[in-house]
Design a protein around this ligand. Sequence first.
Ligand SMILES: NC(=O)c1ccc[n+]([C@@H]2O[C@H](COP(=O)([O-])OP(=O)(O)OC[C@H]3O[C@@H](n4cnc5c(N)ncnc54)[C@H](O)[C@@H]3O)[C@@H](O)[C@H]2O)c1
Length: 352
Amino acid sequence: MSVARNLIGIGVIGCGHWGPNHIRVFSQIERSQVIACADLNPGRRAHVESLYPMVRCESDYRRILDDDAIDAVVVATPTPSHAHIARDVLEVGKHVLVEKPLCTTSAEARALGSLAEARRLVLMVGHVFLFNDGIMKLHELITDGTLGKVRYLDAVRTNLGPIRPDVNALYDLGTHDISIFNYLTGAQPVSVSAVGSCITQPEIEDVCFVTLRYGDGVLGHVHVSWLNPRKVRTLTVVADAKMAHWDDVDPMDTVRVYDKGLDAPPSYDSFGQFQCLLRSAGVSVPNIRRVEPLVNQAEAFLDSVENLAPCRSGGTEAANVLAVVEAAIASMADGGRMCPVDCESHVPVSAH
Ligand SMILES: NC(=O)c1ccc[n+]([C@@H]2O[C@H](COP(=O)([O-])OP(=O)(O)OC[C@H]3O[C@@H](n4cnc5c(N)ncnc54)[C@H](O)[C@@H]3O)[C@@H](O)[C@H]2O)c1
């Protein structure tokens, strides 16, 4: 298939549950063109062929790497295969957008980041919630000072399935919340404590409760599970001036800002005095445009490719997220002990 001049040619490796969403999104965007995809499974190739007859389907992803019309590649295969496929993509000189989590260790993530930098190529990781309009609104409310100093963050991400056979719920779901926390705080936690439980498969946690401590006293808590009756995607931000709540499943009031708090130190002699200390001035619901986060993410990736510019979720951010996962896994193996997060990854989080 020929690629129109000036369009960014895209290849997609892995067309299971998630990969076809990338094909759809990059096909919709005017400045990109999906040239080809690859999947080992003939059933998945037939599925893509039926939806996108213009997209060539291959069984061997090396055919994507050999195609000069393809400038950038999306990797949406199972997590354990990300590192070697992403490395292969970078080594042939193509930009890469790798689904989250980038890989399974922070060391691998740093190595991939260095390779991309050395080759002057874009490595972006699909931490898609950093491109969610509700999360971006929270970031704006924090950085413009509306909420005041953040004190703690509390996230819940549960559903019934999909249960993964290769990585635990922390890698699969928790990496979303850790990436959000690091983005909102502009920092990296110094220590982490976690407990989890392997219920449906041996040695793969279905549910994890993770507590994160940031250097400036900010506390974070994440509850993730793929064994839960309810789909919940929420985040509460408690700050000095105001509090905010994000609910991704609520189509109308995705972000609510509560003008609530304590106006004075909690010292009182009567219940009446106690009530006066609490400020509850109301709730506002900011206007939020709701573009599909995957579209925002794809546009950001194309911006980076066109301008060779750093992105919000590059190799450094992905390595930082994985360093937290590693500390949490060490903690889970040690009865929930508070474990330090690898110092090597204490690099500043991108301000983009
Ligand atoms: N950002 C998000 O919200 C989000 C949502 C779902 C999945 N994901 C991520 O996307 C990735 C894929 O998840 P999924 O649910 O689509 O998994 P999946 O198992 O449904 O699909 C993976 C596909 O990759 C193919 N594959 C495996 N090895 C291959 C290879 N060497 N060459 C070509 N094809 C190969 C498989 O045949 C399969 O069709 C995971 O990393 C997951 O974490 C992200």
